[in-house]
Ligand binder design. Structure first.
Ligand code: SAH
Ligand code: SF4
Ligand code: F3S
Length: 475
């Protein structure tokens, strides 16, 4: 990511300065969802006053943290092969090897706890998402020679480490930023580990979120994506003590001077209330893009998944949202091969996708997760059937994505130029609909919004040309 050069906030203006002074280095590898990305930045910021600077070179790290994901079996298994690789690099340091400490954080840490140490004794520290604010203290125990496992689940403690009205993330890393507003999930879809790894739903108070957003914008951020495992279930405490939903929160953030774009993810269809739908109509900086997973188009599967809504509920909801914001691009998640899924159920998913029309979507083969109700189901779908269904589903989704991208060719839009592109003289950014866009433009325009005309599409991105405007050369 691009450094802003003005990465200061009231909390810790120069964290990297004291880190380099004491010369320790931390390498963090992040797996899984955007919340893990956000959490990794929180960990780096929490470690800076302890003398740790971030490094992208594993070989030189004094501390390696794997911030892991448990959502599917493959995601969890990757962690163990990565630990093996790190061990080799550590051992290659010879007598110096002991200096490198290895920590496992995130959802695998929460789900597997001590088991990680048993399978990989080289690991020094295992800590779950609820204990990141205790990281400096945990490290002291590790440095004193202890192996530490910290997977306690103190609900009320979840956001305690964030002093009121002080930002949690103390440095901006570019022109777009994530901001966690809600964590955890009470929905218990029968396939999903998140309620177990992230715990019950907790929302941060409005004032804390506004303060963090202001700090990010002051540091140069133009676009903020609000995060939550169930972000639209947000119900944070407002200044008057009342509980406030995501629609109201978006209103409060939209008035921050210099904040050009707001997004939020991931939403659940049951929590799309009227005020949030109205926010898509009324607030210009709320981008016309919504990630609203349904998982399956079959009511039988939706019931078995405990989604607690029907296909019809979803279709009607999308109708309402599109009436409020006609140019809205929709994204979703789909699972194929959930236990008991028949060919007819799967066809229902394909027909739902045709009915809705997605601009972009993620799709997965069902992966049984230990401890979740569906894992014990005796009608597991064979792997080859899952693979064949996934292929058919992805072919349809790809066609829709390409058609959506192609529909933008010839149109004009404003894009946020975020970074240098792959080719010399090229910059990369995103459209309001989250499409990657490439344009030939001067580096000085990085971090600005520019009007462009879309000239063509490559597979999943757009190419564009700048529309000369009076401010086109302003940085
Ligand atoms: N909170 C979000 C999603 C969290 S996980 C939501 O409710 O939409 C992201 C996606 O991973 C899910 O939407 C689902 O499609 C997929 N997923 C979750 N558990 C899975 C499993 N056991 N097997 C396959 N895919 C899964
Ligand atoms: Fe998992 Fe369902 Fe909660 Fe999403 S809503 S995090 S899929 S349990
Ligand atoms: Fe994975 Fe945990 Fe996110 S399981 S998807 S890292 S909440």
């Amino acid at each position: 990511m691009v450094e802003t050069g003005t990465n200061q906030t009231e909390i810790n203006p120069h964290p990297e300065a004291d880190a380099t002074a004491r010369g320790k280095k931390v390498f963090i590898k992040t797996y899984g969802c955007q919340m893990n990305v956000y959490d990794s930045t929180r960990m780096t910021d929490a470690l800076a006053p302890e003398g740790y600077a971030e490094t992208t070179k594993l070989e030189e790290a004094d501390l390696v943290i794997l911030n892991t994901c448990h959502i599917r079996e493959k995601a969890a298994e990757k962690v163990y092969s990565e630990i093996g690789r790190i061990r080799k690099i550590r051992d290659a340091r010879g007598a110096d090897a002991k200096v490198m400490k290895i920590g496992v954080a995130g959802c695998v840490a929460q789900a597997e706890g001590e088991e990680i140490m048993r399978r990989a004794p080289v690991v020094d520290l295992v800590f779950g998402p609820q204990s990141y604010h205790r990281l400096p203290g945990l490290l002291k125990q590790v440095e004193a020679g202890h192996s530490v496992v910290e997977t306690e689940f103190p609900e009320e403690d979840k956001f305690k480490h964030l002093p009121a009205a002080k930002p949690a993330v103390t440095r901006a890393r570019g022109f777009t930023a994530f901001l966690t507003v809600q964590e955890g999930c009470d929905k218990f879809c029968t396939f999903c580990v998140v309620p177990y790894t992230r715990g019950a739903e907790v929302s941060r108070p409005v004032a804390d979120i506004v303060a963090e957003a202001r700090a990010l914008v002051a540091a140069g951020v133009k676009e903020i994506t609000l995060l939550g495992q169930n972000v639209n279930a947000y119900h944070g405490k407002a200044a008057d003590g009342s509980s406030q939903g995501l629609g109201r929160l978006l209103q409060e953030l939209a008035v921050i001077d210099g904040l050009a774009r707001l997004r939020y993810t991931t939403s659940h269809p049951r929590d799309m209330d009227e005020s949030l739908i109205a926010a898509h109509r009324d607030i210009a900086c709320v981008m016309p893009y919504l990630h609203l997973p349904i998982q399956s188009g079959s009511d039988r599967m939706l019931a078995a998944m405990n989604r607690r809504h029907t296909r019809r509920d979803y279709v009607e909801l999308i109708g309402k949202i599109r009436a409020a914001r006609p140019d809205l691009a929709l994204s979703g998640d789909f699972i194929v091969g959930f236990p008991g899924e028949t060919e007819a159920d799967f066809e229902d998913t394909l027909s739902l996708i045709r009915e809705i029309g997605y601009a972009q979507a993620y799709s997965f083969k069902y992966s049984p997760r230990p401890g979740t109700p569906a894992a014990g189901h005796d009608e597991q779908v064979p792997e080859d059937v899952k693979s064949a269904r996934l292929q058919r589903l992805q072919a349809l989704l790809n066609d829709q994505q390409i058609a959506f991208n192609a529909s933008k060719v010839g149109s004009t839009m404003e894009i946020l130029l975020e970074r240098k592109g792959r080719e010399p003289g090229q910059l990369g950014g995103r459209s309001p609909w989250l499409q990657p866009v490439h344009v030939m433009a001067s580096d000085q325009l990085i971090g600005t919004l520019q009007p462009v005309r879309i000239t063509g599409i490559t597979k999943f991105s757009l190419s564009a040309e700048l529309i000369a405007s009076p401010n086109a050369s302003a940085a």
